[in-house]
Design a binder for this molecule. Structure first.
Ligand SMILES: Cc1ncc(COP(=O)(O)O)c(C=O)c1O
Length: 415
């Protein structure tokens, strides 16, 4: 990215001259305070440091391959998406219209129920996957105040915190070796608590292994035990933007029985600001809405003030890529994941991945690898996530480093 100095402000390569003109047109009553030279240097150093780290950011599922410079003109407005994106608001400086378009796209991706009498979906753009999961669990708790939440040991760490916050009884279940829920443990545990409505927290792509809990298998267990009152929330933080674009997706969406689904925006789609989308069956959501006079809106969301940029950024990605562009991006990532598994295995490293997953799992790498590469280890394993910015060239360098470090460790042990 190009950058140049101007009055203490770093301007990153504008996509259009219009963008530049808008920025300089900004009406400010107070002249922009000048950044002291020392602080300017600090800011520049941060930019240099972040630019250097990008190549090695391979262990977390954040897409770094984007260009939002066309949206820079909007940074002159204090915009706020407070309230329900489908209701009116006293604050017209919002991007609710764009938010609704984003939500409609995600409703299509997730096969959300079509508007029909009491049926239909509702949702909003969140601050990230965690808020989306919190919303889903909140709806579930409102429907079943006495319910018990079941989640596997491979569930994201934030879920236990959310359950603690809202005082929901919960039970952690075993996972299979590949990170997927152990359905036998689910069945046995549900059998013991058949009198209490279950709230199933399903992982649609676990954090460490990219495993998908099958909603069809979960439903089959519930049906088998004749449990009629239940709720399924799908945490599709990363894979929610992968599975709609593959040929043979696992059973994961509303059509497969989800009651709510949360997806992160800054993961596969990509955005410099964290964001996410949560969708839920409308019939469930209607129980929670409260009208608040001060903001002139329905207070349906967890956060009050909400970013108006999150929806704008997601909308921009959806419109510039289009369905075809997203499909190409996702398939490219999956191909590079398959390539990474092959390349690691060719060097004797025991790498594998789940179906439709961009998460390549391997034994915890030596310290030298961990120092150079930004990877997320957990106990005995580590992973590489082939997000769109992780090119074949980067995979090759990572594999070479990994193999060389193992060889060096072996050598030092034998000498
Ligand atoms: C499976 C899963 N769920 C939830 C989250 C939390 O999402 P966020 O970081 O967008 O809040 C993550 C983050 O990595 C995740 O991997």
């Amino acid at each position: 990215m190009r950058s140049s100095e101007n009055g203490g402000l770093i301007l990153c390569g504008f996509a259009s001259e219009d963008a530049r003109r808008y920025i300089f047109r900004t009406p400010v009553n107070t002249p922009r305070p000048k950044l002291p030279a020392d602080d300017q240097r600090k800011l520049d150093a941060l930019h240099t440091r972040l630019s250097g780290l990008r190549r090695y950011y391979v262990g977390y599922p954040c897409n770094e391959d984007f260009d939002f410079s066309e949206l820079l003109p909007f940074f002159e407005f204090a915009i706020n998406n407070v309230g329900d994106p489908f209701g009116g608001s006293n604050i017209p400086l919002n991007t609710h219209e764009f938010e609704r378009e984003v939500l409609a796209d995600f409703a299509e991706f997730t096969h959300a129920p079509k508007e029909n009498g009491k049926d239909g979906w509702w949702g909003y753009v969140t601050s990230g996957g965690t808020e989306g999961n919190m919303y889903g669990l909140y709806v579930a708790r409102e429907l079943f105040p006495e319910g018990i939440c079941y989640f596997s040991e491979d569930t994201h760490y934030s879920v236990a915190k959310v359950l603690r916050l809202q005082h929901t009884r919960n039970i952690m279940l075993k996972s299979q070796q590949n990170g997927e829920l152990d359905y036998t443990d689910l069945r046995e545990t549900l059998r013991i608590h058949r009198d209490v409505p279950p709230i199933i927290f399903a992982n649609i792509g676990t954090t460490m292994k990219g495993a998908v809990d099958s909603l069809a298998k979960i439903r089959a267990v519930l049906d088998d035990l004749a449990i009629t009152n239940s709720y399924i929330h799908a945490d599709a933080a990363l894979s929610g933007m992968i599975l709609p674009f593959v040929e043979r997706p696992q059973s994961w969406n509303f059509a497969a029985g989800a009651d709510s689904i949360a997806i992160s925006g800054h993961k596969m789609l990509g955005s410099p600001l964290p964001s996410g989308v949560v969708l839920a069956r409308k019939s469930h959501v209607d129980r929670i809405a409260r009208s608040i006079e001060y903001i002139g809106a329905l207070d349906t969301t967890i956060a009050g003030s909400r970013s108006a940029f999150g929806p704008l950024f997601l909308w921009y990605r959806l419109r510039t890529l289009g369905r075809e562009g997203i499909t190409k991006m996702v398939r490219g990532s999956l191909e590079r994941a398959a390539y990474a598994v092959e390349a690691l295995r060719a060097r004797g490293i025991d790498a594998w991945r789940n179906e439709n997953s961009v998460t390549v799992v391997f034994p915890r790498p030596p310290e030298a690898v961990m120092k150079k590469w930004i990877i997320a280890p957990k106990r005995g394993i580590g992973h590489l996530i082939t997000m769109p910015h992780v090119t074949k060239d980067i995979v090759d360098e990572f594999v070479a480093d990994f193999a060389a470090s193992i060889a060096a460790e072996k050598k030092s042990r034998t000498s």
